[in-house]
Each structure stands twice: as structure tokens, then as C-alpha cells.
Write a protein that binds this ligand. Structure first.
Ligand SMILES: Nc1nc2c(c(=O)[nH]1)N[C@H]1C(S)=C(S)[C@@H](COP(=O)(O)O)O[C@H]1N2
Ligand SMILES: [Mo]
Length: 413
């Protein structure tokens, strides 16, 4: 459908208010066909705009604003703030709104039926009252890889770059919850941020959470800094819940409230989204009405970050292939690299993570035997011996948790 001029005007105003300039619509130059098995993402026209202060992002949409990181920008040990992907579900708060709140003292309220004493802390109180911790935590959108899912499903057609890992600094959620006291019947927590719905309603577009056991892990943080700086505006400045290893949708941005629940949290996007069928369905079957389960720990995945598509390599000469791998709540045990479509595999050297829930660096030396077109595939295996599949293992109507192998191509010369 063609956009009306009025619509375009409205959108331009909307973006201007957010400090974004629309550069027009263009096809994406760096979104390479060969990155993905299905390659259907190439056919789609993607908006081209810029978020101030961000770099090396592939923009998927402006309303809500969504942008993933170019795979090669994931080559740095930790994702730089300017490279951190953006996935909004509604309208983010403006910097003015946030500054006005900060002036009065940004507050975090703890409530819900399973909290003993409801309390409200200012950001300064949180910093003073509780011990500060820093952990490197991997945040990956539950829909990362959806662009590869066939038959196609609705939702942002992410490549493999809706992921980031970096050092978050804040206080443990468990210390805050201990200070308030939690009742024996507590089973879940839920978050609220100060963003609003796209339709103009002044309520959170997303309010998700995690089981209480995850909320009480040492690494679950209420964080105010990322990579030693304030959290970037669109990644949740000034306060964010960070639940590494779980779908990033559980890490609430612009955090203002946490509720402790005596049942599974029933906030926005708990019911219809971020779930997969309990009983596997045939690919393309959107009619499933059966039981679904909430996605918890993300599956094992790896990306190749140093070899761009189309790279020319010398025949029979070893070259380095490296990247990152992560496995939700588990560790990555092995990464294997293939240059012959999975016929033979070379074992990569896999480094230890900085801490639990951080991604792991890996590298391997490979070579190709003749001139011509080759593909490099990477396949990680988690600490429970589960491997990445070569193709989407379990199609689901939401197009979630596609952890099929990443592949890039090279030319032998
Ligand atoms: N308040 C708020 N928190 C949110 C969201 C949101 O729209 N609003 N999106 C969630 C989703 S679906 C993802 S994948 C991550 C994205 O985090 P990022 O934008 O910092 O990359 O934030 C999560 N937390
Ligand atoms: Mo997400």
C-alpha cells in the first residue's frame, strides 16, 4: 500500500521529535544475500534513517524503531554502546522527559502482591544502599534470526545481529528484593518502563518478566551503566533491568517499576508473544491453538565476525575465522567451522566467558582447496551437548529462536 503524504508528514514529525532524521527509503547495501540461507530479507525495502550516536546498524523500522548490529561490528570483545541494537515496542521517552524525571530523582518502585513491603528508591538511593556489581551479559532478541525463517512469519525480519554483549553495572535485583522482602508464594517478576504505546495510550507497550529463580540470580541486575558509561538513550537510559541469557524482551528499558507476582506475570506481550507451541507444528501452520510455552534460556548460537561476504582468500593458505558464541544460560563447549557445507569440520579454540551469561570468543584456522566459491559455516555446541542446527530446528508461528548456523562466503584465488 502506498503511504499517503499526510502519513509521511506525520511520520517525519514523529521522527523529528525523537531526534532522528529520515533519509528516505532505500534497499540495504550491507545486508548481504549470502549471509542467510533464505535470503528473502534482501527483497524487502528497508527504511534508511539514523539514530544519533549509533553506528553500523541495519535499520528495520522506524515505528517502532528497530535496528540490528552489522555482524562485523560484533567483532569487538564487547559490543560498543554505539553498536548496540535497538528494539522498541512503542514510543521511547524523549531525553527531555527523562531529564525532567532525573531532576526530581528517577525512581524505581517495587510492588506486586508477593512483596512484603512495597518500596520506592531513587536512583541515588539504589547506588548508595546496595553493593555495585559489573557483569558482561548477553542480550539477544527472541526473534533474532527471524529473517531466515521459512515459511516467513510476521515480525521484524532480523538477520543475526539482534544481539549484544557488554559489561553492565548496577545492583543485584536480589538485593533489592531482599530489602523489600518477598512472600513465599512469589513465582514471577514483571517490569514496567516509561515508554508508551504506538497508538498514543500512555501505558507501557511491553511489560514482561522472568521466573523468580531467574530474578534472584547473582547476574540479574538493575543497571545504570553500560561499558562504563550511562546506558544509551534507546537502550534504556537511565535504568534497566538486565536478565542475560533470556530473550532480551525480559530486560526492561527505562525501568520505573518491578512487581513481584504470585502467578506468571500477565503484563503486555506476556500472552501473545515470545512463546512457542508445546507440540511442534508443521512449518507454515499458523492455525495452532494449543498450549504454548514462554521462551526462557535462549538456544546456542555463533556468528562469524571477521570474514565479510565475498572476501578473496589464497588457495591452500590458512586464514583465521573468528567470532562469538553464546548459549543462553549455558556455556559454549565447542565451536566447529566448515568450509565444505558441513562435510568436514575444524574445531575452533573457544575462550572462557568473562563470567556466566557472557558470550565467548572463538577462532579457527582454515583454508580452502581450490579456486572458486566456498562458504564458511560456524556451529556451536552448548555445555549440554546441544548443537546449533544447520536449518531452523523447529518452525514456530512467531518465528522465534532460529539458531541455524551463520554462514559467509569467500572466493578462492
Ligand atoms: N521498556 C521497554 N523495554 C524493552 C522493550 C521495549 O520496547 N520497552 N523491548 C524489549 C525487547 S523485545 C528487546 S529485544 C530488548 C531490546 O533491547 P535494546 O533496544 O537495548 O537492544 O528490550 C526489551 N525491553
Ligand atoms: Mo525482542
Amino acid at each position: 500500500m502506498k503511504e499517503t503524504d499526510q502519513n509521511k508528514e506525520n511520520r517525519r514529525d514523529f521522527l523529528k521529535n525523537l531526534g532522528i532524521s529520515l533519509l528516505g527509503i532505500s534497499t540495504l547495501s550491507n545486508f548481504s544475500f549470502e549471509n542467510f540461507l533464505g535470503s528473502k530479507a534482501l527483497a524487502k525495502e528497508l527504511p534508511s534513517f539514523k539514530i544519533e550516536g549509533k553506528k553500523d546498524l541495519i535499520y528495520h523500522g522506524d515505528r517502532p524503531m528497530t535496528a540490528e548490529t552489522e555482524i562485523y561490528a560484533l567483532d569487538s570483545d564487547f559490543t560498543k554502546p554505539e553498536n548496540f541494537f535497538v528494539r522498541n515496542n512503542g514510543v521511547p521517552p524523549t531525553l527531555e522527559t527523562i531529564k525532567a524525571r532525573l531532576k526530581k530523582g528517577w525512581t524505581l518502585e517495587i510492588g506486586g502482591e508477593s512483596v512484603v513491603n512495597s518500596k520506592t528508591y531513587t536512583l541515588d538511593e539504589l547506588k548508595k544502599k546496595f553493593k555495585t556489581y559489573t557483569y558482561a551479559l548477553t542480550l539477544e532478541c527472541g526473534g533474532n534470526g527471524r529473517g531466515e525463517v521459512l515459511p516467513s512469519t510476521k515480525g521484524t525480519q532480523w538477520g543475526y545481529g539482534a544481539v549484544a554483549c557488554g559489561r553492565w553495572t548496577g545492583v543485584r535485583l536480589k538485593d533489592i528484593l531482599e530489602d523489600c522482602g518477598i512472600k513465599k508464594d512469589a513465582v514471577y517478576i514483571g517490569y514496567y518502563g516509561i515508554d508508551t504505546k504506538l497508538n498514543g495510550e500512555e501505558i507501557s507497550p511491553i511489560s514482561r518478566g522472568v521466573p523468580i529463580s531467574k530474578a534472584l540470580q547473582d547476574e540479574t541486575l538493575v543497571a545504570w551503566a553500560y561499558e562504563g558509561k550511562d546506558i544509551p538513550l534507546y537502550n534504556g537510559y537511565p535504568l534497566r533491568l538486565v536478565c542475560g541469557g533470556y530473550p532480551a524482551s525480559t530486560s526492561g528499558k527505562w525501568l520505573s517499576k518491578i512487581v513481584v507476582r504470585n502467578k506468571v506475570h500477565d503484563g503486555e506481550k506476556m500472552e501473545g508473544s515470545y512463546r512457542v507451541p508445546v507440540t511442534p507444528v508443521k512449518p507454515g501452520d499458523f492455525s495452532y491453538k494449543g498450549e504454548t510455552k514462554i521462551i526462557e534460556s535462549m538456544p546456542v548460537r555463533s556468528v562469524i565476525t571477521n570474514v565479510k561476504n565475498g572476501t578473496k582468500v589464497k588457495v591452500n593458505k590458512k586464514f583465521e575465522v573468528r567470532g562469538k558464541a553464546w548459549a543462553g544460560e549455558l556455556f559454549v563447549k565447542d565451536v566447529f567451522v566448515s568450509c565444505d557445507y558441513g562435510v568436514t569440520w575444524t574445531k575452533a579454540k573457544v575462550e572462557k566467558p568473562l563470567n556466566r551469561l557472557a558470550w565467548q570468543k572463538w577462532s579457527a584456522e582454515v583454508s580452502i582447496p581450490t579456486k572458486g566459491y566456498y562458504e564458511i559455516w560456524a556451529r556451536a555446541v552448548d555445555s549440554e551437548n546441544k548443537s546449533q542446527p544447520m536449518v531452523l530446528a523447529q518452525w514456530n508461528p512467531g518465528g522465534y529462536i532460529n539458531n541455524a548456523c551463520h554462514r559467509v562466503n569467500v572466493y578462492g584465488v
